[in-house]
Ligand binder design. Structure first.
Ligand code: DLL
Length: 441
C-alpha cells in the first residue's frame, strides 16, 4: 500500500522539493545553531550560495564527535518550549548522543514510519507486535507512533520476557512483528524449545533492522516463521527507524524517505561523493526536522544507492542493505570483511545455529581473530559420546575452509555448545574486542 503520492513522484518534482527544503534547513542552522554557522563561515559559505542540489557538496560534513562535543542540547535549533521529546543512543565510550524533537518532528516521523510499515505489508485494523525496546532507543517509540498513525492495533510489548511475548503472539494474532532480527530469531527458537512451531503463528510480515543482518538470516527467519521479512533502516541522529524501508513486493533495496532525508554516498577516506551504484559511506541531511536538523551526517554505514522505478511502483531512491559499519569492518591480514558477510556463509552450514561472535584478541604484538560459532542441538543426535570430539574437529575444519574460500580470511574457529553464545535482547553483539584485556601468553 502506497500511502503518499510523493513516493511515486517524478525525479524533477522530488528534486525541486528537496532543493527548496535544503535551502530552508541551511538558513535555519546558519541562524540558529552556532556550531553550523561557524562551520559555514570557515568555508566562506552562506545559505544563499545553495542554488542546486549539487551545491550540497560545499556544506561541511558532521560526525558523531560533533554531537558529543555539544552534549547534551548544543546543536538544537529551537527554544526549549518547542521541544517535546529527546532520544539518545548509548555511547560505547562516555556520554550518549542526544537528539531532540518538536511536536511537528514527532508528527513527521510518525508519518514516515507509517509509510514504512505500509510498505512492508501493514494495514489499518491489523495487529502489530512491537518487540523493539521502548525508551531512549528510537526503535520502540518510533515504530509505535508509525503503527498508530497507520491505524494499526499496536501492541507495545518492547523487548524481554519471552513467555509473555509468545502468549501475546498466540492470543492477539498480529499480522506484523517488529524487532531486531537477532531478537526475533531468539523468540522463534524459544518457541521451538517449548515444542511450539513459530510458523503456526498468524504473523505474515516481519519488520527487522537496527543491526546488520544477512540474506541467509532473512531466509532462516522466513522459513522458521513462515513470513516475509523486510529490512528497516534508520539512526537516531537522522530521526530513528524509517529513514529507509524495503517494500515487501521487491525486497531488493530500501526506499529512502528522500523528501525528508537527502542521501549521499561518500568515499570514507577522501570524502569525495560517489556515483550511483558505488559502495561507500551513507551521508544524510535532514530536510524537514525542526529541533535537531542535521547537515551531511556521516553515518559510518556502508551501502550504495540506486535510482529508478521499483516493481512496487515507488520512485524513491533505494539504498542497498547495509553491509556493516566502517568501524565494524575487520581487517584480517590485509583482507577486509564485515561480520554480516561471514554470517551469510555460516548460515549455510546445517550443523550450525544462526548465532556467532567474532572475538578480537592479542598475542604479543599480534592481533588474533577467533570466530565463535554454535552447533545446533540436532548436530549430535545419534552420535556416540566418543565421536563428539571428532565431529567438532571436523566442523571446525569445515568452517575454517568456508571462511577461507568464500570470505578470503584465515582465522581461528571455536565451536561452542548449543545456547553458549549469548542471545540478544536488542542489538546483537557480533564483535567482542578483548585486545585491551590481559595479554595472552
Ligand atoms: O537502530 C534505529 C532503528 C530502530 C532502526 C529500529 C531500525 C529499526 P541507533 O540506535 O541510533 O538507531 O543505531 C543506528 O544501527 O547507523 C546502523 O549502523 C545500524 N542499523 C540500523 N538499521 C539497520 C539495518 C537505530 N537495517 C545504527 N541494517 C545505524 C543494518 C542498521 N544496520
Amino acid at each position: 500500500m502506497i500511502l503518499h503520492e510523493i513516493e511515486t513522484a517524478g525525479r524533477s518534482q522530488m528534486e525541486r522539493l528537496q532543493l527548496e527544503r535544503l535551502q530552508h534547513v541551511a538558513s535555519v542552522v546558519y541562524e540558529k545553531v552556532p556550531f553550523y554557522r561557524e562551520q559555514f563561515e570557515r568555508r566562506g559559505i552562506k545559505p544563499e550560495d545553495i542554488n542546486s542540489l549539487s551545491d550540497l557538496k560545499m556544506l561541511p560534513l558532521t560526525i558523531k564527535k560533533d554531537l558529543r562535543d555539544h552534549y547534551p542540547f548544543g546543536l538544537f535549533a529551537v527554544e526549549r518550549e518547542e521541544m517535546v521529546r529527546v532520544h539518545a543512543s548509548s555511547g560505547t565510550s562516555g556520554k550518549p548522543t542526544v537528539v531532540g524533537y518538536t511536536q511537528n518532528d514527532i508528527e513527521m516521523w510518525g508519518g514516515i514510519v507509517a509509510r514504512a510499515i505500509a510498505m512492508a505489508g501493514g494495514k489499518p485494523g491489523d495487529v502489530l507486535h512491537n518487540a523493539y525496546g521502548y525508551g531512549l532507543f528510537t526503535g520502540g517509540l518510533g515504530l509505535h507512533y508509525g503503527s498508530e498513525k497507520l491505524g494499526m492495533i499496536t501492541v507495545p510489548v518492547s523487548g524481554g520476557n519471552m513467555s509473555r511475548q509468545i502468549t501475546l503472539l498466540e492470543d492477539f494474532k498480529p499480522s506484523i512483528i517488529c524487532g531486531t532480527p537477532s531478537y526475533v530469531l531468539n523468540l522463534a527458537e524459544s518457541m521451538e524449545a517449548q515444542g511450539k512451531d513459530p510458523a503456526s503463528l498468524s504473523v505474515k510480515y516481519g519488520i527487522f533492522g537496527a543491526e546488520p543482518w544477512s540474506d541467509s538470516m532473512r531466509k532462516t527467519l522466513e522459513r522458521k516463521m513462515d513470513i516475509k521479512a523486510c529490512d528497516i533502516y534508520g539512526l537516531s541522529e537522522v530521526i530513528g527507524p524509517g529513514v529507509a524501508m524495503e517494500c515487501h513486493e521487491a525486497r531488493d533495496g530500501l526506499h529512502i524517505a528522500e523528501d525528508h532525508f537527502l542521501v549521499e554516498v561518500i568515499n570514507p577516506d577522501t570524502f569525495e561523493t560517489l556515483p550511483e551504484g558505488e559502495v561507500g559511506e551513507l551521508v544524510f541531511t535532514s530536510l524537514t526536522k525542526e529541533a535537531f536538523p542535521i547537515i551531511r551526517y556521516r553515518t559510518g554505514d556502508i551501502a550504495s544507492i540506486q535510482y529508478g522505478t521499483c516493481s512496487c511502483g515507488r520512485t524513491t531512491v533505494k539504498m542497498s542493505r547495509v553491509k556493516g559499519r566502517v568501524d565494524d569492518m575487520l581487517i584480517i591480514r590485509g583482507v577486509n570483511v564485515f561480520p554480516s558477510e561471514m554470517e551469510h556463509f555460516l548460515l549455510q552450514i546445517n550443523e550450525l545455529a544462526p548465532h556467532y561472535q567474532v572475538h578480537l584478541k592479542k598475542k604479543g604484538a599480534l592481533d588474533l581473530v577467533e570466530l565463535q560459532v554454535e552447533v545446533t542441538e540436532e548436530c549430535f543426535n545419534g552420535v556416540s559420546n566418543d565421536l563428539h570430539h571428532d565431529r567438532l574437529n571436523e566442523l571446525e575444519r569445515k568452517v575454517k575452509s568456508l571462511m577461507k574460500d568464500r570470505c578470503y580470511v584465515s582465522m581461528d574457529i571455536k565451536v561452542r555448545a548449543p545456547r553458549e553464545i549469548p542471545r540478544s535482547e536488542g542489538k546483537a553483539i557480533r564483535i567482542v574486542d578483548l585486545r585491551g584485556e590481559a595479554m595472552l601468553q
